[in-house]
Design a protein around this ligand. Structure first.
Ligand code: CA
Length: 93
């Protein structure tokens, strides 16, 4: 059940992307890095779940609980820049 939800959430997040005005072209690595830096509200070099959720399009935010464990692979409650960039590239931009 839970894995089915995860798959549904990821499929939706991918389908949401191209509909976003900001996602007509895939963001460059520099743009993704800028998003990470902008979202890192306390400037500790990592995104906690709340910070990361702020990077999502509004329509994707409701899937944050499903997507977050895919990004926070080591489960330490925060995402490094490397994890953030790796996830987006794995997703196919
Ligand atoms: Ca932070």
């Amino acid at each position: 059940m839970r894995s089915a939800l995860l798959i549904a959430g990821l499929s939706l997040s991918v389908s949401i992307g191209p509909q976003s005005a900001l996602a007509q072209t895939p963001p460059t690595p520099e743009q993704r890095e800028a998003r990470f830096v902008a979202a890192d509200a306390n400037k500790d070099g990592k995104l906690d779940k709340a910070e990361w959720t702020s990077t999502l399009p509004e329509r994707a935010a409701e899937f944050a609980d499903m997507i977050w464990p895919q990004i926070d692979e080591d489960g330490d409650g925060s995402v490094t820049k490397e994890q953030f960039l790796a996830f987006r590239m794995r997703r196919g931009g």
